[in-house]
Ligand binder design. Structure first.
Ligand code: CP
Length: 315
């Protein structure tokens, strides 16, 4: 693997998931692979799971891992041709070139503005780093995708499925803040490539970008969508069409036991963090059908499989 910024960097998803599951069974079997190699993780936005699981993945492969919380340091300038007379002290051209001297692989987390749709959907910050770095880049969540999360999600579905081709439903749920579309966008891409029957359900106004939805069925009736489901993936996102807006916050779309009863004893997934009793009710999160913690555990092995494939290429 050359880099990992989306599913388009994955040549064989089935094999990558198999590799992640094998690493979970024996996490330190390739401890020698990353010896003398350094992973630098840049966080332009905060993280709990991605930071810890990627660090742990690197450690399991014997890599050094350096984490830089960019919110605490100076701001980077990403615009080419910028007159740097504001608070941004360093251009990505120098920063990426210098980082490439220290790191064998660089990970970056960015966040969308949720104001400038065109710039967000060009994934500008991620692509400026890819452009100016000379080492492989992995996305720790960009303005529009979260591929490490989605890889862990596919792995989790593989682990828990009881039928060859399960029905997976991505359901919008309410939230108090305007959240990015990165998790649902990536989930769409990975589900479209996975052996599942996949449906999206959301209220009108929450349609995702057509280039991500493609031919995936959209069912506006949440009950109809849930019928026969083996997995419910709950997630909030802000409106794509009225870009970055919150159109509704009422409880009508919250995931409850009553709604889970419409399904085929479905497992409940969420990328976390989850707002209890806003996005998903306590009764669902505290039930044996909630697999969110194991889903988060799988983040380590998804990241490890990606790092392993990149290391094998650069060695
Ligand atoms: N799911 C996820 O990416 O969590 P963090 O924001 O804590 O990394």
């Amino acid at each position: 693997m050359k880099q990992f910024t989306s599913i388009y960097d994955v040549s064989n998803l089935e094999q990558l998931v198999r590799e992640a599951r094998a690493l979970k069974a024996n996490p330190v079997q390739y401890e020698w692979l990353g010896k003398g190699k350094t992973l630098v993780l840049l966080f332009l936005n905060p993280s709990f799971r991605t930071r810890l699981s990627t660090q742990k993945a690197a450690q399991n492969l014997g890599m050094n891992c350096i984490v830089l919380d960019m919110a605490q340091g100076w701001q980077l300038e990403f615009e080419d041709g910028a007159v740097m007379n504001t608070d941004k002290a360093e251009h990505i051209k120098e920063a990426a070139a210098v980082l490439s001297q220290y790191a064998d692989i660089i990970g970056i987390r960015t966040f969308p503005s949720l104001i400038d749709k065109e710039k967000d959907y060009a994934d500008f910050v991620l692509h400026q780093l890819v452009k100016y770095a000379t080492v492989p880049i992995i996305s720790l969540e960009s303005a529009i995708r979260h591929p490490l999360q989605s890889l862990a999600d596919v792995m989790t579905i593989e682990e828990y499925k009881t039928v060859k081709r399960p029905k997976v439903v991505l359901s919008w749920a309410p939230h108090v803040r305007a959240l990015p579309q990165a998790v649902p966008n990536s989930f769409l891409e990975f589900m479209q490539a996975a052996p599942v029957d996949f449906v999206i359900t959301h209220p009108e106004g929450y349609e995702l970008a057509p280039e991500f939805v493609k031919h995936t069925p959209v069912e506006y009736n949440q009950q109809k969508a849930f019928e026969g489901a083996d997995f419910i993936y709950a997630k909030n996102w802000s409106s794509y069409t009225q870009y970055g807006s919150i159109l509704r916050q009422d409880e009508a779309w919250m995931i409850t036991n009553e709604k889970m009863a419409w399904t085929n004893h479905a497992k409940l997934m969420h990328c976390l963090p989850v707002r209890r009793n806003v996005v998903v009710a306590d009764e669902v999160l505290d039930s044996p059908n909630a697999i969110v913690v194991e889903q988060a555990n799988n983040r380590t092995f998804a990241a490890q499989a990606v790092l392993k494939q990149i290391l094998e290429r650069v060695m």
